[in-house]
Design a protein around this ligand. Structure first.
Ligand SMILES: Nc1ncnc2c1ncn2[C@@H]1O[C@H](COP(=O)(O)OP(=O)(O)OP(=O)(O)O)[C@@H](O)[C@H]1O
Ligand SMILES: [Mg+2]
Length: 318
């Protein structure tokens, strides 16, 4: 019983997913990822890490070499649950002779959305994505950003419980990207689970509850942003005056002097205060004290450069 509850708790639960293209392109080498219901989950990683392959396996576009797991509580590939899932493929192509409105109707029909619902949803999402004025223009005349907006609208036609977006902000200008972030938060408020691929890390940082970093077909890190960055804090103390006379003392305390800034690694506020005492006792004026968290980019670069790919174990149920 416990195992069953655990299994259905996740919106996406991937266990030991492997994909080898041909004989020796090992795109995925045993990926474990768990996405809670209602989460915005970001999958990130360098080009070629296997992100699109993983998404295509979830959507059953690519056949895995091996995969266990569930989406929306049912085994991967479950037709009923796929019908409850929206999907924006990477570099999607729509038939150029269709208009935007026709594309949405066509893809809605493929997802078995009833006709009346297709009509209201198409109007709703064309408006929400800011492309209503081009609804009746052929999509071969759409700009890249307009096509991307249409692609996202398409992924929403079936009122999905889970939406899987491969590089949703690709081709969008800064305003468009912000708009997509806003949309994701709105979807989350309605209870939709969002699974997205992106290499735009600063964007993920702004909206994702959890992220997994995929490197070379394996999950190098997985967790909330806070979890991923908890051990990567340093304090930066700026001051006025000459700190050279106390340099050795500060270095002995673990600090590093960099011009008029003292950097104390870690998050121990006692250490920071002790170092500030040293500065103050030498009549230096403290200008600012700031905790500095490393960005997702720092974490990714570290994950990519370290051969230590680990922690691909399953998350505990929430
Ligand atoms: N159809 C295919 N046939 C052979 N190899 C493939 C195929 N699709 C992907 N690959 C290989 O699998 C690996 C992972 O590719 P994938 O597209 O999943 O990466 P990605 O993380 O989405 O990269 P990007 O950030 O560039 O989109 C790459 O080495 C790629 O060359
Ligand atoms: Mg990709």
């Amino acid at each position: 019983m416990v195992a069953l509850t655990e299994m259905t708790n996740w919106a996406v639960d991937l266990i030991d997913v492997r994909k080898t293209y041909g004989r020796n392109v090992h795109a995925l080498r045993g990926v474990n990822i768990q996405v809670g219901r209602g989460e915005i989950f970001g999958l990130l990683g360098p080009n070629g890490a296997g992100k699109t392959t993983l998404v295509k396996i979830i959507m059953t576009v690519v056949r895995p070499t091996r995969a266990l797991g569930t989406i929306l509580g049912r085994p991967l590939g479950h037709r009923g649950k796929l019908a409850r899932t929206g999907y924006l493929p990477e570099n999607h192509r729509f038939p150029g002779y269709l208009t935007g409105a026709q594309v949405l109707d066509y893809y809605g029909a493929l997802a078995k959305v009833p006709r009346a619902k297709r009509k209201t949803n198409a109007a709703r999402w064309l408006a929400r994505m800011g492309i209503a004025q081009w609804a009746n223009m052929r999509v071969d005349k759409y700009s890249k950003g307009m096509l991307q907006r249409l692609g996202i609208a398409q992924a929403l036609m079936n009122d999905p419980e889970l939406i899987v977006l491969d590089e949703p902000t690709d081709g969008l200008d800064p305003v468009g990207r912000r708009d997509v972030r806003q949309l994701l938060l709105e979807l989350q408020k309605q209870g939709t689970t969002v699974f997205l691929n992106s290499h735009l890390l600063s964007e993920l940082e702004m909206v994702c509850d959890r992220v997994a970093i995929l490197v070379d077909g394996l999950v190098a890190r997985q967790g909330t942003l806070a979890e991923l960055t908890e051990h990567t804090v340093e304090y930066r103390v700026t001051f006025m005056g000459n700190a050279q006379p106390v340099r050795e003392k500060l270095v002995a305390m673990g600090g590093t002097l960099d011009g008029d800034m003292l950097v104390i690694p870690g998050s121990d506020i006692n250490k920071v205060n002790a170092a500030i005492d040293v500065l103050r006792q030498n009549n230096l004026l403290i200008e600012s004290v700031e905790p500095h968290r490393f960005s997702l980019e720092d974490i990714l670069v570290e994950a990519v450069s370290s051969a230590n790919v680990g922690d691909s174990g399953r998350r505990k149920p929430v």
